[in-house]
Every structure is written in C-alpha cells, then in structure tokens.
Design a binder for this molecule. Structure first.
Ligand SMILES: CC(C)(COP(=O)(O)OP(=O)(O)OC[C@H]1O[C@@H](n2cnc3c(N)ncnc32)[C@H](O)[C@@H]1O)[C@@H](O)C(=O)NCCC(=O)NCCS
Ligand SMILES: Nc1ncnc2c1ncn2[C@@H]1O[C@H](COP(=O)(O)OP(=O)(O)OP(=O)(O)O)[C@@H](O)[C@H]1O
Length: 198
C-alpha cells in the first residue's frame, strides 16, 4: 500500500483525467472512481441487472453494455432517479476503491473521485487536491468532450458542490485554467511536493 493517498477531485470537465495522465507518466499509481464506476456495471453484473429492471431493458445495448448516454439523460433530469442510482452504485464503488488503493505500489498514489466532497469520503485519503478552473471553462470542455447538451452539463454541475465549497476543502489546489502544458507544469511541482512528504 502507498504511504500517502492523495484524493484528487474537481467538477465535471475540470481536468481530473488529464491530471491523472500526467501523474501516471511519473510512475504514480492511479485509482480512478469513474473507471471503477464503469466496472461495477460491466455486462452481466448484478448492478446492471438492477438498473435494467428499474428503467427498461433498452438501457442495455445489443452488446450487453449499459447505454450510459441514456442513463445520463434520465438521472440528471430527475433527482429521485439519481438518488436511486447513487444508492445502488456508491457503496460498490467505495468498496472497490478501497481495495484498489490497498493494492497500490508507488510511493504515493492518486485516488481520483469526482464526488469526494459530496460523499464525504475523507477517510479514504490523506490529502485533498482540487483541480480548479472557472465554471465556464468546465462547461466548454465538457461540451466539447461529451455528446450532451448544455442543459444536461449544467444539471450535472448543479448536482455537484460549488467551486467555492470545493476549494474550502482543498489542501492543495491545481490550477487548470490555462493550456495542457501549463497543467503538466503544475503536476510536476505537485509531484515534487508529494515526494517531499513521504
Ligand atoms: C449516469 C452515468 C451512467 C453517465 O455516464 P457517462 O459515461 O455519461 O458519464 P461519466 O460516468 O463519465 O461521468 C462524467 C462525470 O459526471 C459526473 N457524475 C457522474 N455521476 C454523478 C453523480 N451521481 N452525481 C454527480 N455527478 C456525477 C462526474 O463529474 C463524472 O466525472 C454515470 O455517470 C454513472 O453511472 N453515475 C453514477 C455513479 C457515479 O456517481 N459516478 C461518479 C462518481 S464515482
Ligand atoms: N488545460 C486544458 N486545456 C484544454 N483542454 C483541456 C484542459 N484540461 C482538460 N482539457 C480537456 O477537457 C476535457 C475534460 O477534461 P477531463 O476529461 O480531464 O476532465 P474530468 O475532470 O476528468 O471530467 P469528468 O468529471 O467529466 O470525468 C477533456 O476533453 C480534456 O482533454
């Protein structure tokens, strides 16, 4: 197990995955909650079966996979459905994250969790690092990346804590308001700092 677990968080489109790639380039083990969230609904899983029973069989594609776009459009338009999904998936995701962190080998590791603050997962990490940019940049980046309309992206932002609240919980702030080269520089500095702590 790594000596130091850094919880990396940030709103949709803030740059968590981009930041993780730069940490991984330095040999740091990454545990990514979004990847685990996909594994727990893999084809044939119990959770996927429960999702199709609640919504409709058409939420599973012909190849047996979850139609994520369809579920995204349902849950971010209806808070009750989102709560149901969260209650089903969050305990499973939490359990898998714990095991994955225990298996980390690098000097320190990164646990990237979009909802670290919302779900008060502070006991899983030693420090909280927030990847930060303007909300407008978040929206633009998420819109460019995802096949979602602006209303859905806004609904996701509204379901997460505000930038101000997130920053209040930060031990470390990673500025992602400029280009990716600038982000890489920020990560290099943060990497040196984390190495100095272990
Ligand atoms: C609704 C789903 C199927 C949509 O899938 P899709 O591939 O379109 O999006 P993806 O999973 O890549 O999530 C994109 C971003 O949306 C945000 N987001 C996802 N789920 C949630 C949620 N329940 N509450 C708030 N924000 C969320 C996060 O910022 C995340 O990084 C998926 O997000 C999901 O299963 N969500 C529930 C599990 C969850 O909470 N995952 C995120 C934290 S572990
Ligand atoms: N500094 C940057 N300049 C330009 N594009 C960026 C920058 N940082 C990230 N991006 C791009 O913005 C999009 C969102 O970034 P990324 O996927 O890393 O965010 P995320 O926080 O992981 O999002 P989510 O919470 O939705 O999973 C991606 O297409 C990414 O390549």
């Amino acid at each position: 197990m790594a000596n130091l677990v850094i919880g990396l968080t940030g709103g949709i489109g803030s740059g968590k995955s981009a930041a993780c790639r730069f940490f991984a380039d330095k040999g740091i083990d990454i545990v990514d909650a979004d990847i685990i969230a996909r594994q727990v609904v893999a084809p044939g899983s119990q959770a996927l079966k429960q999702i199709s029973q609640r919504f409709s069989a058409s939420i599973i594609t012909s190849t047996g996979e979850l139609d994520r776009q369809q579920l995204r459009n349902i849950v971010f338009k209806d808070v009750k459905q989102k709560e149901w999904l969260n209650q089903l998936l969050h305990p499973l995701i939490r359990q898998e994250m714990s095991s994955a962190v225990n298996a980390c080998q690098s000097t320190y590791c990164i646990l990237a969790i979009p909802l670290l603050i919302e779900n008060e997962l502070f006991d899983l990490v030693n420090r909280v690092a927030v990847i930060d940019c303007e909300v407008e940049q978040q929206k633009q980046r998420a819109l460019l990346r995802d096949n979602s309309d602006a209303t859905v992206i806004q609904a996701i932002i509204d379901s997460q804590v505000s930038r101000e609240v997130r920053l209040k919980h930060a031990n470390d702030i990673i500025d992602n308001s400029k280009d990716l080269d600038y982000l890489a520089q920020q990560i290099s500095k943060m990497h040196e700092f984390y190495l100095s702590l272990v």
